[in-house]
Write a protein that binds this ligand. Structure first.
Ligand SMILES: *Cc1c(COP(=O)(O)O)cnc(C)c1O
Length: 392
């Protein structure tokens, strides 16, 4: 077995074929802009309409709806706000439970907590890094039952379990067909967290359009960005109307009267951000192609390594490869921090995956199943620089 520095050095050497310049810093995921972002932002500012009432907001929502082939898009100030408003529109109430992977970005579980509801943590699988559907099914069989109203009850807490949030980690789709079957069987809605997977396909459909509702994010490090921003993707017209209303301070349209018919939220994306988004969306197809090229270049580097595997998209998915990931084999997982330290010292800004939610103070006592695979993946994942500009 090679000594610790030997493996870190071997990975660094391999990476130099894709990230060749020792003087340059390679960020984890940097945005790509050109003159178009500047000119559309200028146009927006000069129009005087920079809030959510800008025509750029309508245009951005329409372009995104057309790209994803989804009937309704409501753009929001962040992906987190999109998750929150989607959960409210689905009718989530305090003390109800939502099934969510322990291995996700904290936004997913935070949004559940904003509703006063309870994240119920689910284990991941190695095939797609998302929800392990088979394990979840076995768990629900033992730990839940349908009550006389056809609602799912957690036998251990007595709370209702209302829905599932699958997260398409690093752009790789969860296996949605069996998950949708499970959701139907247990009377649960599905809210897809497609924050990382804009443009990824599950079979022939874009992720975010397969569940009851989907959300995505345009944060600065996502595949396309509006600075900060997100969107809710909806098929049902009533649900879309409700989301638009709730996220626009629940204001009833009127030329001068301020009438709000319930507590609403100021969550709509401003026009300035949408203008950047319009420019970015025109490049999405090119970014997707670049990212798949970059992924195959990384795959080439690591194909002869015995110590690690390069994480490849599942067979049913065409991934956007938002973040490239390598997995340390079991015997090498102790070296994760050493490898990260070595790469970061050489300005290759790689990182590990998020600390699983049950390890965070806010979610330490939340209900959960055994989370062995999530914990094991945390020990073994390293993300590599993945900006679309790294390859032409
Ligand atoms: C980025 C991200 C979000 C949304 O984050 P915002 O920064 O609020 O846009 C939600 N879930 C996951 C898994 C994410 O990676």
């Amino acid at each position: 077995m090679p000594s610790k520095s030997v493996l870190a050095e071997k990975i660094l050497e391999g990476l130099r074929t894709v990230l060749p310049n020792p003087q340059l810093g390679y960020g984890l995921h940097e945005p790509s802009f050109d003159a178009e972002e500047v000119s559309l932002t200028k146009e927006c500012i000069e129009s005087g309409w920079i809030s959510y009432r800008s025509q750029f907001v309508d245009q951005f929502e329409q372009m995104l709806a057309e790209f994803l082939k989804v009937p309704y898009v409501i753009s929001t100030v962040s992906g987190t706000a999109a998750l929150h408003i989607a959960l409210l529109a689905l009718g989530l109430k305090p003390n109800e439970e939502v099934l969510v992977p322990a291995l996700t970005f904290v936004a997913t579980t935070n949004a559940i907590s904003y509703c006063g509801a309870i994240p119920h943590l689910v284990d991941s699988c190695e095939e797609n890094l998302g929800i392990d559907v088979e394990k979840l099914n076995e768990y629900l069989k033992k730990n839940t039952q349908l009550n006389s109203n056809g609602q799912l009850v957690n036998k251990n807490t007595g709370n209702l379990v209302k829905g599932i949030i699958p997260v398409h980690i690093f752009g790789h789709a969860v296996d949605m067909k069996p998950l949708c079957e499970l959701a139907t069987q247990y009377h649960l809605w599905i809210l897809e967290d497609a924050a990382e997977s804009l443009g990824s396909l599950y079979e022939n459909s874009y992720t975010g359009t397969l569940g009851t509702i989907g959300v995505t994010s345009f944060n600065g490090n996502k595949i396309i960005t509006t600075g900060g921003g997100g969107a809710v993707l909806v098929k049902d017209p009533e649900l879309a109307k409700r989301i638009r209303h709730l996220s626009t301070t629940a204001k009833v349209a009127h030329p001068w009267e301020f009438w709000h018919d319930e507590v609403g939220y100021n969550y709509r994306m401003p026009g300035v951000n949408a203008a950047i988004g319009c420019a970015q969306l025109r490049k999405l197809q090119r970014f997707l192609e670049n990212k798949r090229k970059l992924a195959s270049a990384y795959q080439d580097i690591f194909k002869d390594f015995d110590e690690i595997t390069y994480f490849k998209e599942p067979h049913y998915c065409k991934s956007n490869y938002w973040l490239n990931a390598i997995l340390l084999k079991e015997e090498y997982k102790q070296q994760k921090d050493l490898i990260l330290e070595h790469l970061n010292q050489h300005k290759i800004f790689s990182r590990g995956v998020w600390v699983p939610m049950h390890k965070l103070p806010a979610f330490g006592k939340t209900p959960r199943m055994d989370l062995n695979t999530a914990e094991n993946l945390y020990d073994r994942i390293i993300n590599l620089p993945s900006s679309p500009s790294l390859i032409q």
